[in-house]
Design a protein around this ligand. Sequence first.
Ligand SMILES: *Cc1c(COP(=O)(O)O)cnc(C)c1O
Length: 379
Amino acid sequence: MNDGAGRADEAFFAALAQPGVQGLRAYDPGHDIVALRRRFEGTHLLELGSNENPYGPSPDARAAVLDMLHALHRYPDPLGGDLKRALAAVHGFGPAQVLLGNGSHELLMQFAQVFAGPGQEVVCAQYGFAVYALAAQAAGAALRVAPALPRSHAMARGHDLAAIAAAIGPRTRLVYLANPNNPTGTWFGADAFAAFLARVPDTVLVVVDEAYAEFADAPGYASALALLPRHPNLVVTRTFSKAYALAGLRVGYALAHPGLVAVMERVRESFNVNLAGLAAAQAALGDAAHLRWCVARNGEQRAALARALAARGWFVHPSQTNFLLVEFGPRAAAIEAGLLAAGIVVRPMTGYGLPDCLRVTVGTADENRRLLAVLDERS
Ligand SMILES: *Cc1c(COP(=O)(O)O)cnc(C)c1O
């Protein structure tokens, strides 16, 4: 293969890139899952590293994808009109308040591109989802990271809304929060968030990433969507990747003020959500019973797995999601290696500054049994 001139390595091109991109490191997706699938071909690789829904999507979503196969030579609907109307109806907003993304990841990146830049600041939280820092840096904005709640707090390592509010300054354009948060699994309550939002100037956009909202059932938890009508600077993102089990099709969305959506539409790639994704998402949205079933199974298994891990002496962070952040202590890396050798993938947390922890997706009852059995053998 011809790699071009000798001096043209990554550093050469990085120097040509925009300042924000020069200091950037690519998103770390964890292990090379395809290589692992090959390595464990013939046995069973247990994939608990990416918070996917182990039960799979609604049968209606599969049928909708098959129905689309005759139309692969056509572009998808550039407006995503049907899906927008369906989402608007489900959430009780207007279709003009819905923005569709190739996964919510795409939208999270684009908010920073559109609303923040050099000389401006983006605020996020320690142990917040890694994409927020990437988005800010890629846009050339400065990042201000608010410290997380202490490990001893009931919401261990979760978002500290007071610290986040305090980090907002005159240059702040954007705040990223996740509720519940990945990788901690923690959440904040509706009242605390309403009080926080009341303190934020209306020129600062507050993006609340609700990728795991469907899984949340704690009494104090509520989606930020209820605050949308009163706060034009609020943006709520959701995804079909987690509870709806369509991670492979890449469909996410945001709900926001129609004016904000209109500005974002200016930079949206015209066919960013593909044909199969649009059809599957709409069908999945129509099958509320399947969603409820998955969420109920996850709730049972999350509680059982958390209890089982805690009974073995490990600290389990409170979770309202489909994963658990588990503090295994100084042996975390060795435990992770042991799990991997046995064909079980979990997510190391060193990149988040939590080398003692691993993030474990809640599996089916059988999957969790196997995880615990291997942990008992190897740790
Ligand atoms: C998984 C996840 C996303 C969603 O990603 P998609 O691009 O929609 O698949 C967004 N935010 C958080 C916190 C996540 O964990």
